[in-house]
Design a protein around this ligand. Structure first.
Ligand code: NAD
Length: 491
C-alpha cells in the first residue's frame, strides 16, 4: 500500500453539517452517501440538508454579521485570522489532499501540488489585500464632502461544483470573508468532505461561530432554498450554465439578491498559420485538456488549427494522448483518475458517441478504460455543427478543427454560446495582441495555456459568466456594496 492509501485509511472524516460553529445532523435526520469514484466504496454518510437547515445556517450567519464579531473587526485583525487559517490548511496538506483525491477522483499528486497550496494561497492573498485598500472621496464643491465607501454586503451564499472542491470554495470565501461578510457554503453533493474540514479549520483559526457555515446536500433541496432565501444578500455560484440560469430566476422571484455566476466553457486553442514548435504546442494543449480528467471549466476542448499546421498538430496530439497514465488517484504516479461519477461518465461517453456518429474521426482513445476511467481522446475533422464542438463535455476529450485562414480560425473559436477562456499561438507578438482582442473570452493565454493567477480577475463572457469575477481585487466587488455618504459642510 502506498503512503497516501495508508493516510486515506487513517483519515478522520467529518460527519455533520456545520452550522454556527458545530457539526450537526440534518434537522429531519436525512443522509446521503459520498463515494470514492475509483473503488465505488462509500467514504462517508453526510446530512442531506433541506430548507429548515438552510434557514438555521442563514440565521446564524445573519446573527454573526449584525453582531459585528467579524464584520466589525479592523481589516488587519481579519487579515491575521485569515493568515492563520491559511497556515492551518497547509499544516493539514496531506490529509486534505488525500481526502480531496478520494472524494473527487482527482490525482493525489495534483491535490498536493495545486489544489491545497492554491487554496491556502487564495485565503492568504485576500486577507493580506484587505487592509491595503482605500475608499474614495468625490470631487465636490468646498461646501460638501462626498465619501464613496465599500461595505460588506451581509450574508453571502456560495454554491459550489465538484471539480475543484477546495479551490472553488477558497475563490468564494477568500474575498467574502476578507471583506467582512458572513457566509453559507453549499458544496457539491459529490464532494462535500473538504468543505467541512475548511469550516473547522476556519473556526480554529479564529473565524467566529456563525461566520462560516456549510450546508451539505442536494441542489434542489439545499441549493434552491439558498437561492430563494429572503435573508441572503448575495449568491455566488460556480457550476453548469443550466443551473446558473436558475439562480437568476430564484433571485428575481425572491429578494433580488445580487447574483454572480461562473459557469461552463468550451474553450478554444487557436493555432495561427505562423505558429512554430508544434510539438511544444501539443504538449501544452495535452495538459490543457487532459489534466484533471478534462473536468476543468477552462479545459481547451477545441483546437482550431490553421490548415498549414493542422496535420502535424493532430499527429502530435495523438502521441501526447497515448502517454497519459491512468489509474488509482491515490497512486502518486497517476496523471488521470476516474471521472467523478457514473452519471458523469455516461454523459462523457454519450457525447463521444455523438462525435463518432456525426462523422468526426477518432485519432486516439474514444472509450472508457475500465470502471470510471476514460481514455484521453483526440477527435479530428471536427466541424462547428457537431455536438462535440458546441457542448461542454467536461472529460478528457479534444476535437481538432481545420481553419482555412487565421481570420477563419478566430471566427470558429467564437462560434459557441460560451466565452470562458481561450489560447492563442503565434510567433508574431503584434499579431498575437491583435488577435487576442478578437477572441470573446474572459481570459486569453498567449503562447501558453493560462487561467492567470490569484491577482488577475477570472470569469466568462456570454453564457460562461454573469455578474462579476473571481480572483483579484475585482472579486471584492461582488461581496461589497458601494455607498455614498454626502456631508453638507454649510450647516
Ligand atoms: P452543477 O451546475 O450540476 O452543480 C453545481 C452546484 O449547483 C452543486 O452544488 C449542485 O448541488 C447545485 N445545484 C444543482 N441543481 C441545483 C438546483 N436546481 N438549484 C440549486 N442548486 C443546484 O455543476 P457541476 O456538475 O457540479 O460542475 C461542473 C460545471 O461547473 C461545469 O459546467 C463547469 O464548467 C463549471 N465550472 C465553472 C467554473 C468557472 O469558474 N466558470 C469553475 C469550475 C466549474
Amino acid at each position: 500500500m502506498n503512503a497516501y492509501a495508508s493516510i486515506a485509511n487513517g483519515l478522520r472524516l467529518p460527519s455533520g453539517t456545520f452550522i454556527d460553529g458545530t457539526l450537526k445532523p440534518a434537522i429531519n435526520g436525512a443522509t446521503f452517501e459520498t463515494r470514492n469514484p475509483y473503488s465505488g466504496a462509500v467514504i462517508a454518510v453526510l446530512p442531506a440538508c433541506g430548507a429548515a437547515d438552510v434557514d438555521a445556517a442563514v440565521a446564524a450567519a445573519r446573527r454573526s454579521f449584525e453582531a459585528g464579531v467579524w464584520s466589525g473587526k479592523h481589516p488587519s485583525e481579519r487579515k491575521a485570522v485569515l493568515s492563520t487559517f491559511a497556515d492551518l490548511i497547509m499544516a493539514d496538506l496531506e490529509e486534505l489532499a488525500v481526502m480531496e483525491a478520494m472524494d473527487a477522483g482527482k490525482p493525489v499528486a495534483d491535490c498536493l501540488s495545486v489544489d491545497v497550496p492554491e487554496t491556502a494561497n487564495c485565503i492568504r492573498w485576500h486577507g493580506e489585500a484587505q487592509d491595503k485598500l482605500y475608499d474614495q472621496i468625490a470631487p465636490t464643491s468646498p461646501d460638501a464632502v462626498g465619501l464613496i465607501v465599500r461595505e460588506p454586503i451581509g450574508v453571502v451564499a456560495a454554491v459550489l461544483p465538484w471539480n475543484f472542491p477546495l479551490l472553488m470554495m477558497a475563490w468564494k470565501i477568500g474575498p467574502a470573508l476578507a471583506t467582512g461578510n458572513s457566509v453559507v457554503v453549499k458544496p457539491a453533493e459529490q464532494t462535500s468532505l473538504t468543505a467541512l474540514c475548511m469550516a473547522e479549520l476556519a473556526l480554529e483559526a479564529g473565524v467566529p461561530p456563525g461566520v462560516l457555515n456549510v450546508v451539505t446536500g442536494m441542489g434542489p433541496e439545499a441549493g434552491e432554498p439558498l437561492g430563494r432565501h429572503m435573508d441572503v444578500d448575495a449568491l455566488t455560484f460556480t457550476g453548469s450554465t443550466d443551473v446558473g440560469r436558475r439562480f437568476l430566476e430564484y433571485s428575481a422571484q425572491s429578494n433580488l439578491k445580487e447574483v454572480c455566476l461562473e459557469m461552463g466553457g468550451k474553450s478554444a486553442a487557436v493555432v495561427l498559420s505562423d505558429a512554430t514548435d508544434i510539438a511544444r504546442i501539443a504538449e501544452i494543449q495535452a495538459n490543457a485538456i487532459f489534466w484533471n480528467m478534462g473536468e476543468n471549466c477552462t479545459a481547451n476542448s477545441r483546437i482550431i488549427a490553421h490548415k498549414d499546421v493542422y496535420d502535424e498538430l493532430v499527429a502530435e496530439m495523438a502521441q501526447q494522448a497515448s502517454a497519459w497514465k491512468l489509474g488509482d488517484q491515490l497512486d502518486p504516479e497517476t496523471q488521470n483518475g476516474p471521472l467523478v461519477s457514473e452519471e458523469h461518465f455516461a454523459k462523457v461517453s454519450g457525447l463521444v458517441e455523438s462525435g463518432k456518429a456525426q462523422g468526426a474521426r477518432v485519432v486516439k482513445g474514444g472509450e472508457g478504460a475500465g470502471g470510471m476511467l476514460f481514455r484521453p481522446t483526440v477527435f479530428a475533422e471536427v466541424t462547428a455543427e457537431m455536438e462535440i464542438f458546441q457542448k461542454e463535455i467536461f472529460g478528457p476529450v479534444v476535437g481538432v478543427t481545420r481553419a482555412e485562414s487565421d481570420e477563419h480560425a478566430i471566427e470558429l473559436a467564437n462560434q459557441t454560446q460560451y466565452g470562458l477562456a481561450a489560447t492563442l499561438y503565434s510567433k508574431d507578438i503584434s499579431k498575437a495582441h491583435r488577435f487576442a482582442r478578437k477572441l470573446k473570452a474572459g481570459t486569453v493565454g498567449v503562447n501558453a495555456y493560462s487561467e492567470g493567477e490569484i491577482s488577475t480577475p477570472f470569469g466568462g463572457f456570454k453564457a460562461s459568466g454573469f455578474g462579476g469575477r473571481d480572483n483579484g481585487i475585482h472579486a471584492h466587488e461582488q461581496y461589497t456594496e458601494l455607498k455614498t455618504i454626502w456631508i453638507d459642510l454649510t450647516a
